[in-house]
Ligand binder design. Structure first.
Ligand code: T4K
Length: 396
C-alpha cells in the first residue's frame, strides 16, 4: 500500500487508469505459517530420522494432537481433504445417491461422482448458507444412502435436524468440516457430529499441512476401515485384507500441521482482529453485509464473507473487477455452484430449478483477504474502497 492512493474520483480507480491501491496482491487464502524455526527444526529432525512417511512419528503425533484438540476418539490423517472425503464416503458404504449442497467446493461433489454415486444437490438456508434440513427431506428417494453436510465458512450446519432426518430414514451422515477446524457448535467441537467428519489442511486453510486432510470419527469400526483404506489395505507386513488406496500424509506435512497447531491461538487472534476491522469498516456501507459468527462459540474466523445485494447499486462481479485491478484478489467462492460445473451441468441440467437460494448466493457472495498476511491498515483501505464503489455505483 502506498498511502497516496485513497480514491477521490472514478479516475483514481486502477480499472480507470489510477494507481493500484496495493503494490502487491492481497490474497484470500494466503497461508498462515506457524513459527518458522520450529518447522525447520522438525524438518531437520525428519531428515535425521530418515523416516519420511508411513506410520511416522510426526503423523502419529499430529493425529493425537487433533484427537485431543477436538475431543474425538480417532483421527486418520490423509494426503488431502478430497481423498479424505473419498475414503470416508467409501468406508461409510455410500452408494446410489447422496444429498449435499451445491454451494460448496467442487471436491465434495467429485468425491461422490468419482465413485459412481450421484450427488443430489440440495438447497441451502439463505441465512446460514448451510443445508436446509427441510429441503434435504424433499431430496430423499429410495436410492439415497447418505447426507453430506458442509459447515461452510466454519459456521455449523443444523446438526440436530440433520441427525434427526438421517436417523428417521436410516441414512449415514458425513460432515465436511474443511472450513471449521477449531470451531464449536453447542459447546462441542466440530468433528463430533454425524458418523464422521472430514477436514482439509490445504495451504489455504486455517491450519495447514501444505497439502493434507483428515477424517475424524468416534466409531472404532469406521476408523479401522479407513486406516486400512488409506494404506492399500495393508494389515501388517505383506498382508492385504481390504481394497485400498494411497491416502497417507507425509512427515513434513504433519510437521507443518503441528507447527500450525502450536500457533493456532495466535492465528485465531489475528483472524478475529481482521474480522472485527472489516465489521467496523463495512458498517453502514449500503447493500454490503458481513456474515456474522456466533460469538458464544469457538471460531477460527478464517473466512471474511460478504453478501452484495441489489441495494449496493453495484453488482458483485463489477466490484470484483474493481478490487482485482487494485490488487485485492477477492474470491467469488463458490461461484457458479457445483451444479453449474462439469460433469454435473450436463448430467443434471435441471438441478438449478430446485436451488433458488443457492442461485442467488452464488451471485452475491464475496470472500475478502484475511489471515496473518493482511494488516489492519490494508483492511481499512479495502473497506474504504468498497464504500467508495457503493457511493459511486451509478458511475461504475
Ligand atoms: N471441502 C471443502 C469445503 C473445501 O473448501 C475444500 C478445499 C475441500 C473439501 C477439498 O480439500 P483439499 O483436497 O483441497 O485439501 C482453494 C483450495 O485449493 C482448496 O483447498 C479449498 N477448498 C478452496 C476453498 O480453495 P482455489 O482454486 O481457490 O485455490 P487457489 O490455488 O486459487 O488458492 C487460493 C488463493 O490462495 C489464491 O488466491 C492464492 C492463495 N495461495 C494459495 C496457495 C496454494 C497462496 O497465497 N499460497 C499458496 O500456497 O481452491
Amino acid at each position: 500500500m502506498t498511502g497516496r492512493d485513497t480514491k477521490h474520483k472514478i479516475e483514481d480507480l486502477a480499472l480507470f487508469g489510477g494507481h493500484a491501491l496495493f503494490s502487491e496482491q492481497l490474497h484470500v487464502g494466503r497461508p498462515n505459517l506457524g513459527d518458522r524455526e520450529t518447522f525447520l527444526f522438525h524438518v531437520n529432525d525428519i531428515l535425521d530420522r530418515r523416516w519420511l512417511t508411513n506410520r511416522g512419528h510426526y503423523v502419529t503425533e499430529f493425529e493425537r494432537r487433533i484427537e485431543d484438540c477436538l475431543g474425538v476418539k480417532h483421527c486418520i490423517a490423509m494426503c488431502n481433504g478430497t481423498v479424505a472425503l473419498e475414503i470416508a464416503v467409501r468406508a461409510l458404504g455410500l452408494t446410489g445417491e447422496v444429498i449435499l449442497p451445491s454451494f460448496t467446493f467442487v471436491a465434495c461433489a467429485h468425491a461422490l461422482q468419482w465413485q459412481q454415486i450421484r450427488p443430489v444437490f440440495c438447497d441451502v438456508d439463505p441465512a446460514t448458507h448451510n443445508l436446509d434440513p427441510q429441503r434435504v427431506r424433499e431430496c430423499i428417494t429410495d436410492r439415497t444412502t447418505g447426507i453430506m453436510g458442509v459447515h461452510l465458512w466454519g459456521r455449523p450446519c443444523d446438526t440436530d435436524s440433520l441427525e434427526q432426518v438421517a436417523g428417521t430414514h436410516g441414512l449415514r451422515l458425513l460432515f465436511d468440516g474443511s472450513h471449521a477446524f477449531g470451531c464449536s457448535h453447542s459447546g462441542r467441537m466440530i468433528g463430533n457430529f454425524g458418523d464422521a467428519a472430514v477436514f482439509s489442511f490445504h495451504a489455504t486453510k486455517f491450519v495447514n499441512t501444505l497439502e493434507g486432510g483428515a477424517v475424524v470419527t468416534n466409531s472404532d469400526e469406521l476408523a479401522g476401515k479407513m486406516r486400512l483404506m488409506k494404506n492399500f489395505g495393508f494389515s501388517g507386513l505383506d498382508n492385504v485384507i481390504y481394497i485400498g488406496t494411497n491416502g497417507k500424509m507425509n512427515e513434513v506435512s504433519a510437521a507443518m500441521g503441528l507447527t500450525c497447531l502450536d500457533g493456532m491461538e495466535a492465528i485465531i487472534e489475528t483472524n478475529r482482529r481482521n474480522y472485527e476491522r472489516y465489521a467496523e469498516g463495512l458498517t453502514g456501507v449500503r447493500g454490503v453485509s458481513l456474515l456474522r459468527y456466533d460469538l458464544r462459540e469457538k471460531h477460527n474466523y478464517q473466512y471474511v464473507v460478504v453478501e452484495v445485494d441489489d441495494t449496493a447499486g453495484i453488482g458483485r462481479d463489477r466490484l470484483v473487477e474493481i478490487l482485482h485491478a487494485e490488487n485485492v484478489r477477492a474470491r467469488r467462492y463458490f461461484y457458479p455452484g457445483c451444479h453449474r460445473m462439469e460433469p454435473y451441468r450436463t448430467l443434471q441440467p435441471e438441478a438449478g430449478g430446485v436451488l433458488p437460494a443457492t442461485e442467488q448466493l452464488v451471485q452475491r457472495v464475496l470472500c475478502l483477504p484475511t489471515g496473518t498476511a493482511v494488516s489492519e491498515e490494508a483492511i481499512a483501505a479495502i473497506c474504504e474502497l468498497i464504500s467508495f464503489c457503493v457511493e459511486n455505483s451509478r458511475s461504475l
